[in-house]
Design a protein around this ligand. Sequence first.
Ligand SMILES: [Zn+2]
Length: 241
Amino acid sequence: MNNVRELMARLGPSTVKFDTGRGGTPDLTNQDIAAALGMVPAGLGRELLEACWWPDGAALRRHRLRDAVIALVTPELRRQQRKLADARTDLGLAEVCMGWTGSVTAEQRAERDRAAHRLGQVKAQCWPISTLESLPTLASAVIGEMSTREGCTKCHGRGTSQTGKGPEVCPSCSGSGLGAISDRRRAAALGRDESTYRERWRGVYEWLLARMLDAEQGAAAHMGRALTGSTEDRQCSPATS
Ligand SMILES: [Zn+2]
């Protein structure tokens, strides 16, 4: 699949003149590569494929990447806001019950404490309030990580390691094939200090990274299949030109 990503880099304007192919795919032209990219369904995966591996092309359509990231994040943000509002209402209701008749029962107090505890838990799970306005920074940090991240040194990027019982999910990268990145590096990419990152931003960063990696991998697989199709067509078709 790395092949797809390497091929994408050939589409930059500085390499347009380069149409004779290289490496193991001498029969693929820039037109083939662009056509295969065109076969990848529109959406987050394709935008990421371009943003990571063909920055010049993606720059022209950056609003689409923005829209795709917003579409990814909005449902989760709404879900969190609803959960937070519900927990706040529950606490308010528990408090109003306590004061209703003047005397407070132990049961009412316990109910209020439970509601307060739950609100605290929900708050801790919510992304920071400034998540939306930080989305451009978050997205570009994730894209930066995706496009420069090296493969896992244990499994050499395969995601599995050979054991006596056959291939097993690599314990070092949990099957992602990706090398480890420190919180410190991620914090720096977001312009935060490490402790603020761990406390407030790690949740949303890792959430975004997992989904964006997934979408990009799906798009790369789609493009890989389209490219295989185009080389097979070439090999099957008789020389008609
Ligand atoms: Zn690994």
